[in-house]
Design a protein around this ligand. Sequence first.
Ligand SMILES: Cc1cc2nc3c(=O)[nH]c(=O)nc-3n(C[C@H](O)[C@H](O)[C@H](O)COP(=O)(O)O)c2cc1C
Length: 321
Amino acid sequence: MKTRLTELFGLSTPVIQAPMAFVAGGALAAAVSRAGGLGMIGGGYGDADWLDAQFALAGNTPVGCGFISFALAEKPELLELALARQPRALFLSFADPAPFLPAIRAAGVPVIVQIQSYRDACRVLDLGIEVVVAQGGDAGGHGRSRGTMALVAEVADEISRRGSPSILCAAGGIADGRGLVAALALGAEGVVIGTRFWGAVESLADRRLVPSTLARDGDSTVRTRVVDRLRGIDWPEGYSGRVLQTAFVERWHGDEAGLSAEIDAQQQRWTAAVAAADPSIVAPFVGEAIGLLRTEESAEAIIRDLAEGAARTLAALQQFR
Ligand SMILES: Cc1cc2nc3c(=O)[nH]c(=O)nc-3n(C[C@H](O)[C@H](O)[C@H](O)COP(=O)(O)O)c2cc1C
């Protein structure tokens, strides 16, 4: 498959593996890049030693790196650390990317910015960002409420209205060749995939939780702020994280005041459950696409399946001509 995204990065398949905090390390990113996608280390909230170790694990395979922008603003030295590793791309989400652009551009590294609304898309198009990712609320991990379909199409229209050279990618609920083709039909030139790679054998997801999570259906996730409260991570207003629904999350979702009233005890429970990988409490960050996954696979098998599935879907669509 050829799009401007595959040409920009020399990919065989227009797939960017999401820079998932705590999940996408150097092994996953390198495996995706070797298979013909764009692998990303999830720099997340930022930890210099961890980042160093993950770039070392990726070795000579070129990979990109992503950061949560509001966290990067507190640790700007991590951007220098990542840029010194000559990443294939720098991926920024969840706050204004403008302050980081001069350093990234000076290093000659392409910038990918993920947005969750039409208005934020306009703002990053004004900045001349190379790759804009429209992320819908079906996505695993943090985001906002807009659905993927209409958001991607609306941003595609805006890009064409402006005659902007920015390349659009879609994120949220895309896990197979059908989703990839649907994204291209909406006007995107590539996709960002998190949830399917969460289950990849190379991911850093707790292996003890993978089989039970893969067995759940797409109705079993919820957008909530409960997990951030339990982890003690303060996200800006308007964002929530899509996680697997567990009995524990269900108990506290919508009762943030109740959770706050006994936060110390519940945080202790959460921490113990994470250590024990208790599936009735721990809620991995996964999206609605979890209902499309059943088995643990290698990153290479995932990329191959996306490419073959897209080709099959394109062929099957001919029947409607
Ligand atoms: C486990 C997990 C962690 C994530 N962490 C990040 C992150 O640190 N930074 C980021 O920009 N996006 C993060 N995301 C969101 C992804 O960038 C992407 O938008 C999303 O995974 C796409 O939807 P999908 O999960 O349905 O494929 C994460 C997603 C998951 C599933």
